[in-house]
Write a protein that binds this ligand. Structure first.
Ligand SMILES: O=P(O)(O)O[C@H]1O[C@H](CO)[C@@H](O)[C@H]1O
Ligand SMILES: O=c1cc[nH]c(=O)[nH]1
Length: 236
């Protein structure tokens, strides 16, 4: 057992899908995995291991925000020998180039978080996806006709509610950033530091320009294309 995961060593697969929502983790395990078992319920942050096309895979909730995610990913890397993590998240669209329910595959992630500023003593590190995972996810997305996908930068913010969101986000949008979420930047940084692989794939759940939004139930249980792209990329 690690501090925040109730799994024994060997119960977590080398490949982990990482939704923020622990109930999305449960839905993914019930919908896509065979013979899935729950290995942790600590703090209600469920994790499951099963198989997909005969290959072992785990799904672990990370909670919301980079500090929560980093707790789980640190323990996955240091205590359970996890080799690759694919975040399967929701995100808000920052531009009309992206539509609600589109899938965004994050080649890199900007951030307003102090986590990287502390780690790099004020220098601006550029957190990027593992190229092999990124390429495989793009190929898996290109093979599908049921979902529109985009590849590009996202913005990992520490704030979900920010009264200055539009003002602060504009320079990012002007430089090609597609969507906002809350975990990818620190995930990419942690993977780099442990020499592991990481990718973030997000489904647009809210549109910050048009005001469109999905329900909590839809965010929990209907983002299946993103999950299939993640599984195909990680277990290719
Ligand atoms: O749906 P998840 O994966 O949690 O991702 C997004 O949703 C949460 C905010 O509602 C943040 O964690 C954000 O990154
Ligand atoms: O607007 C949104 C939607 C999902 N996740 C976020 O962080 N922001």
């Amino acid at each position: 057992m690690s501090t925040h995961l109730g799994a024994r060593h060997g119960q977590i697969a080398p490949t982990v899908l990482l939704p923020g929502d622990p109930l999305r983790a449960r839905w993914i395990s019930e919908t896509f995995l065979d013979n899935a078992t729950c290995y942790t319920e600590v703090r209600g942050m469920y994790g499951f291991t099963g198989t997909w096309n005969g290959r072992l895979v785990s799904v672990q909730g990370s909670g919301m925000g980079q500090p929560s995610m980093a707790i789980y990913v640190n323990e996955l890397f240091t205590e359970y020998d996890v080799e690759q993590v694919v975040r399967v998240g929701s995100a808000g669209a920052l531009t009309t180039d992206v539509a609600i329910r589109d899938v965004v595959i994050a080649s890199g992630a900007c951030t307003d978080s102090a986590m990287n500023r502390h780690r790099f003593h004020g220098l601006d590190y550029a957190p990027v996806a593992d190229f092999g995972l990124l390429r495989a996810a793009v190929e898996a997305a290109e093979a599908r006709e049921d979902v529109t996908h985009h590849v590009g930068l996202i913005y990992s913010s520490d704030s979900f509610y920010n009264p200055r969101a539009a003002e602060l986000g504009k320079p990012l949008v002007d430089h090609g950033v597609l969507a906002v979420e809350m975990e990818a930047s620190a995930l990419y940084t942690l993977a780099a530091s442990y020499r592991r692989k990481a990718l973030a794939i997000c489904t647009i759940s809210d549109h910050l320009v048009t005001g469109e939004e999905t329900t909590a139930a839809e965010r929990e249980q209907t983002f299946g294309a993103m999950v299939e792209i993640a599984l195909a990329a990680a277990l290719r």
